[in-house]
Design a protein around this ligand. Structure first.
Ligand code: SF4
Ligand code: SF4
Length: 457
């Protein structure tokens, strides 16, 4: 079996997939959900419900605030209690719609049966509109509205759709369970995506540590008889599921600095996004829930749960027995790219894929020494950057030099920090430098746009 991987950098963290045997399990409904209107990249959605309104599952409660934005739907049936700021997973205030749960009544027109619908509608424009109206966003972490990715700019053409089933982040297993348990729907979703992009070939990329998923998806493709879809076995290597790394591995093409995957003919969608595409197009079902891995060596009950969007984290944790005494840190996502959770009262969003509990010993950082110029961070960087230099420039606040050294291309994978024998918090520092470089780039773009508009007048 030939196994593909990307051409530069990468590391081999232990995969720690302790929850891999835990089947997807429905989390009971929480008494109250808090649904953020800013859970995607782009403009926040605009609420279209008022306090006191009765809503059903799948009903639109907020509409897109721009082209790069999306619909938000109620994940429960009940009464809108409040609309206003609430702390998100990172502790930052953003607007949430609070709904008191009074049942599980679904909006008209949504097919909630489990019957597999394999016949794909022929009107691609109507399919994209269904995906847009279904509030589908990239569920692999980036949360880019999917209809935007499926609408290439003029002059660009998709040559291959890649379904990202790598799940290279240690600990996380929700994509794996989705492939195993909902593989039929994922394959129909993949067939929809390749049709929409012009009947191009579609590759479902899965890492070698998931042989059951590889065999199952191959069997599904053969059974359903779709043409143009194949499974590619990927080497276990982090960050194999990074968009640019995956394109490199599958198509042997490199996406340039600041460019989008479509610039090299690729459209990449995550496994759970592909499932959401199936739901939106074949069942008229918007995103109201998502699969969340709850795990950690100190956590008593590993799980892969189907969780309604807006469920408070505390409710999930209490369902599984509460926070273990030895837990010192909770991360939303995996240990490499995830972010620390500021408080468990925060609610899940569409992109919440995992909750990882770590002990003091697992999170303790060794004190940072001086750089010994070993170059290991640069060898590990999958973006070909020089992390030791970006670290220095970030600490010095040299925005011009950060830009010149492509800090904005950092994908925040953490490979540099993982490899550093001096335990320097490279990613923490580079993240700040990247933010400053991106800020400068955006400010220049905004100034250029304003100048061009002024010149037209
Ligand atoms: S975090 Fe950024 S600089 Fe560090 S290895 Fe990843 S891409 Fe390179
Ligand atoms: S890995 Fe650490 S010690 Fe080695 S060059 Fe990079 S920053 Fe310096």
């Amino acid at each position: 079996m030939s196994k593909r991987t990307f051409s530069i950098g990468g590391v081999h963290p232990h995969d720690n997939k302790m929850s891999r045997e835990c089947a997807l399990e429905q989390l009971p409904l929480a008494p109250t959900v808090y649904i953020s209107v800013a859970q995607h990249i782009g403009a926040p959605a605009v609420p279209v419900v008022a306090v006191g309104d009765k809503v059903k599952v799948g009903q639109v409660i907020a509409e897109p605030g721009g082209f790069v934005s999306t619909f938000i739907h109620s994940s429960v049936s009940g009464t809108v209690k409040s609309i206003g700021p609430r702390a998100d997973l990172a502790g930052k205030p953003s607007s949430h719609i609070e709904i008191a749960v009074e049942g599980d009544e679904w909006a008209e027109g949504i097919d909630t049966t489990d019957t597999l619908v394999t016949e794909i509608p022929s009107d691609n424009k109507a399919i994209i509109e269904k995906i847009r109206r279904g509030g589908v966003v990239g569920l692999g972490g980036a949360t880019v509205p999917t209809h935007v990715k499926l609408s290439p700019p003029p002059g660009s053409k998709c040559e291959r759709v890649i379904i990202n089933g790598c799940e290279c982040e240690p600990y996380l297993t929700s994509d794996y369970r989705t492939l195993l348990e909902k593989g039929d729907k994922v394959v129909v979703g993949a067939a929809i995506l390749r049709q929409v992009m012009g009947n191009v070939p579609c590759t479902i990329a899965i890492e070698e540590n998931k042989p059951e998923a590889i065999a199952h998806i191959r069997e599904v493709i053969a059974r359903l008889g779709y043409q143009g879809i194949d499974v590619m076995v990927m080497k276990m290597m982090y960050p194999q599921g990074g968009e640019k790394q995956l394109i490199d591995a599958v198509m042997h093409r490199q996406v340039g600095s600041g460019a989008l995957p479509i610039s090299v003919g690729a459209v990449v969608q995550n496994v759970c996004t592909t499932l959401a595409v199936y739901d939106a197009v074949q069942k008229n079902k918007p995103i109201v829930d998502n699969s969340v891995t709850v795990t950690g060596a100190c956590f008593p009950k590993q799980a892969n749960l189907m969780v309604r969007v807006g469920t408070p984290l505390k409710y999930i944790v209490d369902y599984l027995g509460g926070v273990p005494e030895s837990a010192a840190k909770v991360i939303s996502g995996g240990p490499m790219m995830g972010r620390a959770v500021a408080n468990l009262e925060a609610a899940t969003v569409k992109g919440t894929g995992g909750l990882l509990f770590l002990t003091e010993a697992e999170t303790r950082r060794q004190s940072a020494g001086n750089c010994i110029r070993c170059g290991k961070c640069a060898d590990a960087c999958p973006m070909g950057l020089e992390p030791f230099l970006l670290n220095k420039l970030s600490k010095a606040g040299d925005v011009e030099a950060l830009e010149a050294n492509a800090a904005h291309d950092c994908i925040e994978c953490g490979c540099c920090m993982y490899s550093c024998p001096a335990h320097i918090p490279l990613l923490d520092n580079i993240r700040m430098g990247k933010g400053a470089a991106l800020g400068a780039i955006r400010a220049r773009a905004a100034a250029a746009k304003a100048a061009a508009e002024a010149a037209k007048k």
